[in-house]
Design a protein around this ligand. Structure first.
Ligand code: AMP
Length: 410
């Protein structure tokens, strides 16, 4: 199958060619025709599947006709990074059309956003908080919205945005097309989707299991030896671009600083940094100025860097979903990657949950030549018979639930 079969406008086809896509990904094959028909869509797709273009291309097609310079499409995203990435996709794919888009999020000045709104845009890509500010101040008229996209709805829920979403919905016309994307379907998300979707077509891609192109390994280690293990691993392993995840903003900052002292080209990406600094880190990582990015979960949402060779979970993610999203950063767009996870005592329940999701045991590894002191990784994290794969990644063990921490730390 190729993109010609969708019957898209020639200007959009030029955009697709310019970004270098030749074959639609499975989610694009499934979703583009239904979105073009104007149907509501419930898209169960993780990041890295090509879902952005799956909704953006038919949206651009709609916008080639009808009024210009007024908001007609609203895309709501949980983080600034994802909003920025989606805005870039609109600009890249729509570069030969007259369509304009703006991204709206907090942490930066309002003025450029206001100016863009005044000049006139068709696509608004927004994070909930700042969008509500603009709505409250009468800066934006959403009465002409024809299409609403909720992207990464489960993540918005995790971040406590559901009340904001419901508030935003009140400002939108009831008659509209709604596209709802989520990697997982916890009950509150299912309810929201039921409330706002009208007779949706469900499009499901690789129900939340992490990309098959990624290989996974678990490194049991005592907490105090983590940094030593990481340094030894970076020395021994032929890595390209490495994305390291820590549990807190503080740990990200300190680990990045320590790696820098050891001579690595590294930057941090965490929620205490200004938007400009975050963007500089992401750009530097993408451009090859940095080989390593040390990030927290929330800050890393929506990083679109295709050549990440390794994701290292310096700290275990709190939830299976977080694991999926972290690992979704590597193996993107069919490249292969490796995911290494450091596991300490107490991480057993979440490891079991992840293995259930993968439908396989994660290989336990000892880093050759590393001095573990008196600790023997072989004696930790015993594998069990290969677990059955679940078709729903949301159930967590009680232990994993207890481990969920306050997002403000990230
Ligand atoms: P997404 O899931 O939308 O975040 O997309 C993941 C990555 O795949 C992004 O880097 C996209 O630019 C890329 N991508 C999306 N669609 C295609 C395609 N049809 N062919 C090749 N790469 C694609």
């Amino acid at each position: 199958m190729n993109f010609k079969e969708f019957g898209l406008d020639a200007r959009i086809m030029r955009g697709i060619e310019a970004v270098g896509y030749t074959t639609p990904t499975p989610i694009q094959q499934q979703a583009i025709p239904v979105v073009l028909q104007g149907r509501d869509v419930l898209g169960l797709a993780q990041t890295g599947t090509g879902k952005t273009a799956a909704f953006m291309l038919p949206i651009l097609q709609r916008l080639t006709r009808g009024p210009l310079r007024r908001p007609r499409v609203l895309i709501v995203a949980p983080t600034r990074e994802l909003a920025e990435q989606t805005n870039e996709a609109a600009r890249d794919l729509g570069r030969f059309t007259k369509v304009r888009s703006v991204s709206i999020y907090g942490g930066v000045g309002k003025r450029p956003q206001l100016e863009a709104l005044r000049r006139g845009v068709e696509i608004v890509v927004a994070c909930p908080g700042r969008l509500l500010d603009h709505i409250g101040e009468g800066d934006i008229d959403l009465s002409g919205i024809e299409v609403l996209v909720l992207d990464e709805a489960d993540r918005m829920c995790d971040m406590g945005f559901l009340p904001d979403i419901r508030r935003i919905l009140k400002h939108l016309p009831a008659r509209r097309q709604t596209l709802f994307f989520s990697a997982t379907m916890p009950e509150d998300i299912r309810k929201l989707s039921r409330d706002i979707l009208h007779d949706p077509v469900t499009v499901q891609i690789g129900m939340i299991a992490p990309a098959k192109t990624v290989s996974h390994a678990l490194y049991p280690v005592p907490q105090k030896s983590k940094k030593g293990l990481l340094l030894a691993m970076l020395e021994q392993t032929a890595t390209g671009r490495v994305l390291i995840f820590t549990r807190t903003k503080r740990r990200a900052r300190f680990l990045a600083r320590d790696l820098e002292k050891k001579g690595y080209r590294v930057s941090a990406l965490q929620g205490n940094m200004s938007q400009n600094k975050r963007q500089r880190s992401i750009n530097g990582f993408r451009d090859g100025q940095y080989d390593i990015l040390v990030a927290t979960d929330i800050a890393a949402r929506g990083i679109d860097v295709t050549e990440i060779s390794h994701v290292i979970n310096f700290d275990m993610p709190d939830t299976v979903d977080a694991y999926t999203h972290r690992i979704g950063r590597t193996g993107r767009a069919l490249q292969s990657g490796e995911a290494f996870t450091f596991a300490v005592a107490g991480d057993e329940p979440i490891v079991r949950d992840i293995e259930r999701l993968l439908g396989a045991n994660i290989e336990r590894r000892r880093l050759p030549g590393f001095d573990y002191g008196g600790y023997s990784p072989e004696n930790e994290f015993h594998t069990r018979p290969a677990p059955q794969q679940r078709n729903n990644g949301r159930r967590r063990s009680n232990g994993a639930q207890r481990r969920r921490r306050n997002h403000s730390a990230r």
